[in-house]
Design a protein around this ligand. Structure first.
Ligand code: ATP
Ligand code: MG
Length: 416
């Protein structure tokens, strides 16, 4: 038997219905904030991610699906989408477009991680980028956008964590301080942290190993090392969140795995997700475009929601609820009725109803199927009905049945 590749999965009904409604809700919210969709390729030149995400990150150093194409080009399945959006921004000279560039995307990403609950090798992200402003008001609006998407999708109980990771002016000083503090304590930390203490000290703060947590908690905080500009920026963002009644927790240890982040970083976590608790990560990346070759500055901020995890929180909350069935189940009895049913079903579907036509010619079996598929109404179509030009409409919940004329069907079904 051929099975799906480890870490990938099929999204089947009824779950696919939840995915559809999540995506539809997200599109509505994006529209209301005047964001437009961008679709970039699923694979890009490897160098884009090496530079845009950073060689030192877990993503680039161990999680990418990379291969050499027949012409020798190194190609990688996208592990995230911000680098691709910025590549597209530069390639299409979007700096010359009017106003802020507000782009959203949804689609699969690929990372070769150890598969477990909430962690897959092909997973889906819903994200957005707002490019063209350094203003803290944009940061607050982008965070509000995530809050609205989560709310519209029906996610309850997500918690917002915020931090600032400074800028190229103040961060190096903090990293030096951090490295010095780490010299004294790194001996008590996990192997990864011992290595990171020298190569990428900031990432120590990101460590998930439980035994390391008390050590990390005692390390210096980046918030005490921000330059005046970064500190003021962070204060304004917090103030604008408070003005919106958006609750948040400042978490000085929150650093993003990606090198290009500056100033504001944030994450949304959800209690129902267990160890893989992050449902959304985001932040500002003022230097990214230039590091990818843009000749003009293109400060930006964005986020990415893990759609698999978002759907998990919704399904957990809705456990036990059954998916909606068709509005109407049409049960034709006999060949003439089958022909008639097809035309009738087309008419009703065009009128906006969800209609299923039975393939069973036995009334009892058809009614059983109607019940199992949770149809609200069943329309019985036999020789008698055809001759009389009337139909038997049965309400499945109560079993009550009435005779209706063709033009009365839609309104009867809609009435309840
Ligand atoms: P984590 O700490 O869980 O590995 P991350 O920092 O690698 O997350 P980001 O790169 O910020 O994640 O991606 C944004 C979101 O995408 C995450 O918050 C998460 O919800 C989702 N995500 C990331 N990796 C995976 C994966 N392998 N499977 C499912 N969802 C994922
Ligand atoms: Mg990760």
């Amino acid at each position: 038997m051929i099975k799906a590749i480890r870490g990938t999965r099929d999204i089947l009904p009824p779950s696919s219905g939840v995915w559809n409604s999540v995506e539809a809700s997200a599109r509505e919210v994006f529209r209301s904030f005047n964001y437009q969709e961008i679709r970039t390729p699923l694979f890009e030149e490897t160098v884009l991610f090496a530079r845009g995400v950073g060689e030192e990150t877990d993503i680039v150093s161990k999680e990418m699906y990379t291969w050499e194409d027949r012409d020798g080009t190194s190609i990688t399945l996208r592990p995230e989408n911000t680098a691709s959006v910025i590549r597209s921004y530069i390639e299409h000279r979007m700096d010359q477009w009017v106003g802020l560039k507000k782009l959203y995307y949804m689609g699969p990403m690929f990372r070769r991680e150890r598969p477990q609950k909430g962690r897959y090798r092909q997973f889906f992200q819903i994200g957005a980028e707002c490019i063209g402003s350094e203003a803290p008001a944009v940061d607050a609006e982008v965070i509000e956008l995530v809050v609205e998407v989560l709310e519209r999708c029906g996610v309850e109980g997500a918690k917002l964590l915020v931090n600032s990771v400074g800028c190229p002016k103040c961060r190096p000083g903090f990293i030096e301080t951090l490295k010095q503090s780490l010299q004294a304590v790194k001996g008590n930390m996990c192997g990864d942290c011992q290595r990171r203490a020298d190569t990428n000290a900031l990432r120590v703060l990101d460590c998930k190993v439980p035994e390391d947590q008390p050590v990390i908690d005692a390390l210096p905080s980046i918030l005490e090392h921000l330059c005046g500009e970064c500190a003021a920026h962070f204060e304004t963002v917090k103030d604008l969140l408070t003005a919106r009644d958006i609750e948040f927790e400042v978490k000085p240890r929150l650093v993003r795995g990606l090198d290009y982040y500056t100033k504001t970083t944030f994450e949304f976590v959800h209690g129902a997700l267990g160890a893989q608790s992050a449902v959304c990560g985001g932040g500002r990346y003022d230097g990214l475009a230039e590091s990818l070759g843009s000749r003009v500055p293109a400060p930006g901020i964005g986020f990415s929601i893990g759609e698999d995890r978002l759907v998990m929180t919704i399904e957990e909350a809705r456990a036990g609820q059954t998916a909606a069935g068709p509005d109407l189940f049409v049960a034709p009895m006999g060949d003439a009725a089958v022909r008639h049913a097809a035309v009738l079903a087309r008419e009703l579907r065009r009128g906006g109803l969800v209609v299923e036509v039975s393939s069973d010619k036995k009334l009892k079996r058809a009614l059983e199927t109607a019940n199992k598929t949770a149809a609200r109404w069943t329309l019985i179509l036999g020789d008698d009905e055809l001759a009389a030009g009337e139909y038997s409409l049965k309400r499945m919940e109560t079993g009550e049945q009435k005779r209706v004329k063709r033009e009365e069907i839609a309104s009867a079904v809609r009435a309840d």
